[in-house]
Design a protein around this ligand. Sequence first.
Ligand code: HEM
Length: 161
Amino acid sequence: MLVLDSILFLSLALLLEPRFGGLALHEWIGLAIIPLIVVHILFGWGWIATSMVRLFRPGLWRLRVNALLNLLLFVALVVTCFSGVMTSFVALPALGIAPRNFEGWRILHNRSEAYLEVLAALHVAMNWSWIANAVSGLVGGGSNRAGVDSTAAAKAPVSQP
Ligand code: HEM
């Protein structure tokens, strides 16, 4: 999970600066990230299912904010990836499809990636304790400072609230 998350984080950092490596690399990384996001969501499915049940219980404001943030992040990812595909110079033409309304999709892509940037940063910040726990468990050889098994920490959904 931590490996996948690290790959996702690095890919996103590369995607946010298309001039690094060029547009073709940007497009292929952009396409490759889509199945990774699906797997990331599947890994977090336990958290999603538990949160849905607990969402309307009194008090759990952190959970609600986190769930809303995750939803917005998901929407931003879908819009950014889809509009990116529609402005594609390399990937879409390689599949024999010429983009229509290129300018419209390009504007949408540039706007949505700006939201995505902020939301991804907030997502990392909200889940920082999980990340710190998993990393310290990894570095500490299986148990972190709190004495929690890192493999269990990596599998467990983010603690709430
Ligand atoms: C999470 C996924 C993605 C992120 C974060 C992202 C981010 C960005 C950013 C920051 C830019 C530069 C905007 C600017 O110059 O102001 C850009 C441009 C571009 N992206 Fe993406 N992108 C993603 C996915 C994709 C995908 C999947 C494709 C196509 C397969 C794609 C194709 C393009 C193209 C063609 C441009 C240049 C548009 C132009 O001429 O301004 N992107 N993207």
